[in-house]
Ligand binder design. Structure first.
Ligand code: ZN
Ligand code: FE
Length: 240
């Protein structure tokens, strides 16, 4: 069994610690910073063996060098962004595999937020680390890619099993949900989810991870019927 630990850092980032009991291996996904991540691992008696980066933004790779200095871990990230990240030991792209113990993650190229953005999909474990591509009731901003690319990403992600647990990198859920309700005011599942998220946030609770099934029901970007509609929704959210 894999264990996943959520580490809240900076304003709204989540760093994910992935641990495999059988092999004793530990992976960090998108360490924005080093210290809280090293502390979270040490508190559990875990040593960080690997870092997996989804994209080059500083709030996803900022802890790379210090974690490597402290642990000697191997850092994997997107080949297309190796020059921007600078600390990668191993580069990956679509269809490549990375491992934690006997558990295999398949790399998916999901460009749009950044040009080389990747996701790590552990199909056997029903887990995906998606970075800033898919959020709970939202999607990443289109900084380096197109709405057509994001639409294709959403279609690929929607095709994963509903029970796939989605580990995204930010707590943007409430803002996303309120915006989505304006687009789909008659979506009962969406209204119920937003109400639950309002309550959870009022209690100071995290609302991530999410699941593919929940997103298929409530994510207006995944539910967009064509590229034009996704583009219009993304532009409206950017301006909100
Ligand atoms: Zn980002
Ligand atoms: Fe980010």
């Amino acid at each position: 069994m894999l264990e996943v630990v959520r580490i809240p850092v900076l304003n709204d980032n989540y760093v994910w610690l992935l641990h495999d009991d059988a092999s004793g291996q530990t992976v960090v996904v998108d360490p924005a910073v080093a210290e809280p991540v090293l502390e979270a691992a040490a508190a559990r008696g875990w040593t960080i063996d690997q870092i997996w980066n989804t994209h080059w933004h500083g709030d996803h790779v900022g802890g790379n060098a210090a974690i490597k200095a402290a642990t000697g871990c191997i850092i994997t990230g997107p080949a297309a962004e190796a020059g921007k990240i600078g600390t990668l030991d191993r580069t990956v792209g679509e269809g490549d595999h990375v491992r934690i113990g006997d558990h295999v993650a398949t790399v998916m190229a999901v460009p749009a937020h950044t040009a080389g953005h990747v996701a790590y999909h552990l199909a056997g474990d029903h887990i995906i680390f998606i970075g800033d591509t898919l959020f709970a009731m939202g999607c990443g901003r289109l900084f380096e890619g197109t709405a057509a690319q994001m639409f294709a990403n959403m279609a690929r992600l929607a095709a994963l099993p509903d029970d796939t647990i989605v580990y995204c990198a930010h707590e943007y859920t409430l803002s996303n949900g309120r915006f989505a309700l304006g687009i789909e005011p008659d979506n009962v599942a969406l209204a119920q989810r937003v109400a639950a998220v309002e309550a959870a946030r009022a209690r100071g609770e995290a609302t991530v991870p999410t699941s593919i099934g929940q997103e298929r029901a409530t994510n207006i970007f995944m539910r967009a019927t064509d590229v034009t509609q996704l583009a219009a929704r993304r532009a409206a959210k950017d301006a909100a």
